[in-house]
Design a protein around this ligand. Structure first.
Ligand code: DGY
Length: 327
């Protein structure tokens, strides 16, 4: 009897080499337009494939699972392309018998690089400087031109000291001589804290003491809206907020007000509450650096993410334990 290949849906285009490898082992349904799936398309995918590989642009809500269940859910695995999975209603997915995996570890360095990029860009006003030249407005060097804030030796507050927070702490402490303070669900083991020169403090003390606050906690019900007007008011007037985690962690309207009223000095953002929409008010602010959710966006990392998701698919269809099971 012929062995049918499992059917796998990729909701977005993946790096070519990974898609090619996948196509050898699976009947691959690709998203030819590479546009984000609608709720109907996600429902359809759950009913037509053995595994669906979603990503951050796919709202896998309770309603999507309920609609798919009416037609009959065929999928047994959601192999998410990405470490964050707040776009998936885990309880509904599990209630409908799906296993879920993600891609932790492989995007740590790339995301920490983008956090450091934002931190440096905000502090040193490099976005503004670039715009000045491109607009033809540079009048030449002078001693008081575009003065900015030095990063070296300053205090970095990290909220969420997981893999990415620790990687940023390492770069900041060893590369820029920064003092590291952090708040996290779990304190670092002593030897790691020592290596990073990192001091564990309650969140309000981190916010109050840091020159830069960088967010690295996952988006969960507990961290949703963690950085609101009150938290922002607890930061230093000169402080800069960096967010490469998830837009949900910050109350975007409170951040806009805090920037408008100089409650804090600036912000570097890679993630937003309603991507890809970025509020006009933020776009109009010179003290803000805005990137289009590109933390993990290197060739190397996106391939590694694809391979990590693929390893989870292979394990599932070979009846082996899932390397990166969630929940
Ligand atoms: C991640 O892996 O969480 C990235 O933000 C893309 O989803």
């Amino acid at each position: 009897m012929k062995n049918e290949k499992p059917v796998v849906v990729l909701t977005r285009r993946w790096p070519e080499s990974v898609e090619a490898e996948l196509a050898e082992q699976y009947t691959l349904i690709r998203n030819a337009t590479d546009e984000a799936f609608t709720a109907d398309e996600l429902t359809e995918a759950l009913t037509q494939a053995d595994a669906v590989c979603p990503t951050v642009t796919d709202g896998l809500t309770a309603d999507v699972f309920a609609a798919a269940a009416q037609k009959g859910i065929r999928a047994k695995l959601l192999a998410n392309f990405g470490v964050g999975y707040n776009h998936i209603d885990l309880a509904s997915a599990q209630a409908h018998g799906l296993s879920i995996t993600n891609t932790p570890g492989v995007l740590t360095a790339a995301t920490a690089e983008i956090a450091m990029t934002l931190l440096l860009m905000c502090a040193r006003r490099t976005g503004e400087g670039e715009r000045l030249i491109r607009n033809g407005d540079w009048q030449g060097w002078h001693p008081t031109h575009m003065l900015s804030t030095q990063v070296t030796g300053k205090t970095l507050g990290i909220v969420g000291m997981g893999r990415i927070g620790s990687a940023l702490a390492r770069q900041a402490h060893h590369g820029f001589g920064m003092r590291i303070i952090y708040s996290s669900r779990t304190p670092l083991p002593e030897s790691v804290a020592l290596e990073l020169g990192a001091e564990f403090l309650p969140l309000n003390e981190v916010l109050a003491a840091a020159d830069f606050v960088s967010l690295h906690c996952p988006a969960t019900p507990e961290t949703r809206n963690l950085i609101d007007a009150q938290a922002l008011a607890g930061m230093r007037k000169e402080a800069i907020l960096i967010n490469t985690a998830r837009g949900d962690v910050v109350v975007e309207s409170d951040l806009i007000q805090a920037l408008k009223n100089s409650v804090i000095a600036g912000a570097g953002l890679d993630v937003y509450a309603h991507e890809p929409s970025v509020p006009d008010e933020l776009q109009g602010m010179e003290q803000v650096v805005l990137l289009p959710h590109m933390g993990s966006g290197t060739q190397e990392t996106r391939q590694a993410m694809g391979r990590c998701a693929m390893a989870n698919l292979h394990a599932y269809f070979a009846n082996r334990p899932l390397p990166n099971a969630i929940g």
